[in-house]
Design a binder for this molecule. Structure first.
Ligand code: ADP
Ligand code: MG
Length: 270
């Protein structure tokens, strides 16, 4: 896909500036007769971490994956409302640029069935980074950023699938970071990991604050409270997922307005 000069500016040079924020306005997503999420509004300020919480099936993954247009690929989906990255509607960006600027991580680590180093160098090649030395340097930086360099530097050519689950998840985070995104979307990135691996991934996510704008879905309320600046609480009402409350994370735990939020954050509901 062709990249215009203005679009190409995002990425490396743009890293010197604060990352763009994200805004979702009045978003409704339907899969056939099913309304997965309705009338959702949210704002993530530049460089902040926003947590999405709520029981299963209330539209968190659907909303998350709509921010980089993945939800739009589901056959028969109907989406209304606005999604903006840095004040720019995502439907005005090419899909190549959008995916590069907005990276994603899923619950199950999904490294490419390639070597550890190829997991980073392959996407760089695909995105036109020329020069082996340049690719190797960016790959090493990304591995260091997720604390993996020391663990894998002597086995870079081993298959990525020989890594532990937690290492695979950090490799996937490095693979997203190597493309120098502005925004990261994380869908329960720690739920498949043991507590120690989970803590390492969480520390990586925490370190992204300021440099990236982050949206994370998590079932772990304690984790949301530790890492998120802001939180949105989802619930299903009349079979439709909705955001019932949003605000600074600490406020939602200490002074929730919605009775359901109060019960959920105390572990009494959901
Ligand atoms: P959550 O991430 O909060 O668990 P999801 O966003 O995955 O919720 O799903 C919200 C609702 O939308 C659920 O009822 C789910 O079954 C439905 N849904 C999600 N994806 C699809 C799809 N591709 N086709 C039909 N229904 C879907
Ligand atoms: Mg989900």
């Amino acid at each position: 896909m062709k990249t215009s000069a203005a679009e190409a500016q995002f990425g490396r040079e743009a890293r010197l500036q604060a990352p763009p924020g994200v805004r979702v306005e009045n978003l409704t997503v339907r899969f056939g007769q099913k309304t997965a999420v309705a009338d959702a509004d949210l704002t993530v300020k530049s460089g902040q971490i926003l947590a999405m919480v709520g029981p299963s099936g209330c539209g968190k993954s659907t909303l998350l994956a709509s921010i980089n247009g993945i939800t739009d690929l589901v056959p028969g989906v109907v989406i209304s409302g606005q999604r903006l990255v840095g004040n720019r509607p995502i439907d005005t960006m090419s899909s190549g640029i959008l995916r590069r600027r907005v990276g994603m991580l899923f619950q199950k680590p999904n490294p490419f069935p390639m070597s550890i180093i190829e997991n980073l160098e392959f996407p760089l090649r695909e995105h036109g980074v020329r020069g082996r030395g340049q690719r190797r340097e960016q790959a090493r930086d990304a591995l260091a950023q997720v604390g993996l360099w020391g663990e894998v530097k002597d086995r870079l050519k081993d298959p990525a699938l020989t890594l532990s689950g937690g290492q695979q998840q950090r490799l996937c985070l490095a693979r997203a970071l190597v493309l120098e995104p502005d925004v990261l979307l994380l869908d329960e990135p720690c739920s498949a990991l043991d507590p120690i691996a989970s803590a390492k991934v969480e520390a990586c996510i925490d370190s992204l604050r300021g440099g990236y704008t982050v949206v994370i879905v998590t079932h772990n309320l304690a984790q949301a409270r530790r890492i998120a600046d802001e939180m949105v609480v989802f619930w299903v009402e009349h079979d439709v997922g909705r955001i019932i409350e949003a605000g600074p994370t600490e406020r939602l735990f200490t002074a929730p307005v919605h009775p359901t939020t109060r019960a959920y954050c105390k572990g009494l509901a959901g």
